[in-house]
Structure formats: structure tokens, C-alpha cells
Write a protein that binds this ligand. Sequence first.
Ligand code: 5GP
Length: 204
Amino acid sequence: MKERGLLIVLSGPSGVGKGTVRQALFAQEDTKFEYSISVTTRKPRQGERDGVDYFFKTREEFEEMIENNKLLEWAEYVGNYYGTPVDYVEQTLESGRDVFLEIEVQGALQVRKAFPEGLFIFLAPPSLAELKNRIVTRGTETESLIENRMKAAKEEIELMDAYDYVVENDSIELACERIKAIVLAEHLRRDRVAPRYKKMLEVE
Ligand code: 5GP
């Protein structure tokens, strides 16, 4: 029997650059994981293709997929539905290949419940780390603006709790490297590797 693939989930706050990092990752030849194409009810943007960027559906079609348990997770984001087709994920993992999801945070929480063994990566805005520094050094922000920023930052940090790794998106290239390093390390975990060795030696 083949070893099951890894389910890799990249998520993070809106506007952090998840889509850009995902596109950069999949543009690299040595990226071995399979991208799970999502279903959405939003209209295609210029240049987007059905079955490549998304599966574009009507709300009725999407709701039917929810009813028929065809989605591993789904969320409504800025007035549109987005969801992950469960069959593709299951079949690909079963065939031994890794699956990569790039989804917003509500969906990631649902996946965590269904697949606690998944690899959950939080993409963090560099502004989070720079925030305090900037606030202190700049001294030009109004008090209420600072408060708003701090509140938003705190909420973002709280979101991290559901993840295994945090990757700062200070540079797209570095973010991709970090994600690949995490996936590589995950494949080398003793609990994943040991069964293979034991089987080789045919010991219990
Ligand atoms: P966009 O409309 O810009 O392509 O995507 C909007 C947001 O939806 C992004 O944060 C993206 O990560 C998220 N998204 C894309 N596909 C899915 C999905 O299948 N499920 C969930 N929950 N979010 C998704």
C-alpha cells in the first residue's frame, strides 16, 4: 500500500499575499505538490480560466455541492462562496501525492477539524513584525489609527493558534523556500518514516 500524501493548507489574513505566494510556488519546477482547484461563485477575472484557476459555478450549483457533501470545507467571502472539492483531495492523498490548499481562515479551521493530521501554514504579513517598530519610530500616526492597527494585529496573531507553522511574507521567494522546507521536514518526521523501515525489515 502506498503511503498517503500530505495535506498542506496555506492560509492567513486577507491581503497577505496567499494567492501570489501560491502562484510563485507552482511556477517553480521542483514543486511536487498538487494544487487543489477551488470552486467559487465569483465571476472570473480577466485571464482566469475555468478548471485552471477555479471551477466557476452558480450559487445554485454551489449550494447543491454543499447539500451533497461534495466540499471538504467552504466559506462565504465578500459575498461569494468558495470551497474545496473533497473527492479530488481524497483521491490525490490516497494516490500518495501531497495536496496543497490555499484558502481563507474560516475554511482552514474547518479543514483542521476534518484533517487534524494536515500541515497548517499561516502566512503572516511582515507588517505584523514591523508594526511596533514603525509605530514607535514614526510617531506620526494618530492615536486611534495606532489603536486600530494594534487591534487588527492582535486578531491576526490570535488566528495563528490553529496553525503548525508561521511563514512571514516579507519576500515571495523566501516565503516559497520556507514553505518547501516545512513540507520537506514534515516528510522526514520519524512517525511518517519509521513504518516504512519497519515494513522493510518486516518487524512489528
Ligand atoms: P480571490 O477571489 O481573490 O481569488 O480569493 C478570495 C479569498 O478566497 C482568498 O483569501 C483565497 O485564499 C480564498 N479561497 C480561495 N479558494 C478557497 C476555498 O476553496 N475555500 C476557502 N475557504 N477559501 C478560498
